[in-house]
Every structure is written in C-alpha cells, then in structure tokens.
Design a protein. Sequence first.
Length: 307
Amino acid sequence: MGRNRIIAFTETFDAAESLFTGNLVINNPVVSIIEMICVPGGTFELGRHLGTGNGWDETPISEVTLTGFYMGKYEVTQEQWAKVMTGNTNGISATPSYFSGSPASLETQNRHPVERVSWYDVIVFCNRLSIQEGLIPAYSIEGSDNPNNWGEAPYWTTSTVWDTVQIVIGSNGYRLPTEAQWEYAAKGGNPDAPGWAAYTHSGSDNPDAVAWYWDNSNEMPHEVGNKAPNGLGLYDMSGNIWEWCWDWWGTYPSGAQTDPVGAPSGSFRTRRGGSWLNLAGALRSGFRFYGYPNGRDDNLGFRVLRL
C-alpha cells in the first residue's frame, strides 16, 4: 500500500478486513470534512534529534512502538471548525480565530487554521464531529461522551471535572494525537519504510521549505497546505500554528514503550510543531512545549487523529 494513501471519507469500521492490509470493504460510508493520511505502525526513537539542523535530544530517549493510525492531512481549518461548532452548547465560539480577515495574497481565509482554541474546546470538537459522522466518540467526562452534558468549557479557570476526561476504550472517533503519535508522524513514520529520510523539521532540514515561521510568515498564520508536505503527505507539521496533543506535560519515561499516552495527570497539556511566531528551533520534530488546557492563543490550534 502506498505511504501517502489519503482517506477522504470516514468508515464505520465494520470493514471485512483491516485498512492496514490494503483490502478495504466499507459499509455505509459517510463523507467526512477531514482528509486523513494512513500512518502505518512501526518503532522509532522518541525524543531523538534528527537531520542536519541545530538542536538537541529530548531525554531520556526511548524506543516507542506504535500501532498504525490515521492523521489529519492538514491542521483543522476555520471553515471546518465552524461547520462542527455552530450551535454548540459549551459556550465555545464557532468563529474563535484572531486571524479571521485580510489573508495573504491568493489565500482563502476559510482554509486558514483555526486558532485561539483551548485544549478543552478541542475535545468538544472531536466528540461533536464524531457524533455527526456516526462514530463512537473518543472522550468521556463523568461517564458521558456527549458534550451537551459537559457544561461550558473552562476558560482560564481550573476545572477538576473537565480534567477527569478519559479516552473511551474501543472508540473509533476523532481525537488528538498522543505526543508519541505526533512526533512519529512528523518524522515521517516508520524509519524502516522505503524512502524514509531523517530531517530536522517535518519533511526537510530547510525550514523555509516546509514551515511558516518568524522569518517568513509576516507575523501571521497561512492557508494550510501551501508549504511542502513531509514524506507521509502531511502538511504544516512544522510551523504555521502549534498543535495540541493529548498528553499531560511531563518528563519522558525511560525504557521501551508501546502506544504510550503520557503522564496520568499534570497542570499543562503538550503542544507540538512551533508556529508563525517562533524561530526555526521550535519547528523541530522532536521539540516539546506545553500550555494551560484552558488557554486560547492566536498561534495554537490542532489536527485530528483516528485509529
């Protein structure tokens, strides 16, 4: 199966055989607003600095094995956000972005990444999109996977209730990537795959080829997909906007891991990839950063994943 296989629809996942075998039988397909890229599983070194650019390892480096998954080809756009979040009951704006007008020449505003969305806002989006497409939602709070039962999303306030969110075992809905899944995809997936190459940034050692960042962004994000993709066909994994991940911020564990989901608790959630506001060092595929889950920044958005 080709490495850049695009899944431009959703599946009910009662397929006769696994997508990862390349033998796909779909029952009752539902057209999705999200384009997904197949990321076959494999083993890589989490935290290892790659390529020829300046940087450092994020220690301790660990060997991580991941099951295959599907990653959003692009960061979630303002148009996609509005389609899902209009009329929501969680007190979250359907048009939250600071950069909502005056796009760069030849760019379309609706295809700019959505930003100024908190981690809490994003998990609401994921479950609402899953419900709209007939999938099993990925997240549950106090036993409910319906965001209508969660109340208003916290904004710069602490919420012990929202921090109890759990991943629904067996769900096939949209979710945030774990930090390990994000880094693996940014680095191009399985290092043993034909044609794989080690790069400092996602797809290149030259940040200008793959990323919008401080040196070339004109101090704003840009339409998704206008820079070169990485080897998997994923765009803007470096630069444009930071991307939320599932994990609580914490020190990497040592030793081999399989499908890790991060620390069990914490004060911050992890974000990855750097943004239009950052220098090239923050765009490295191995670079880590964090943010308050209740905060909304104009250089921070997300992309989705499905199992």
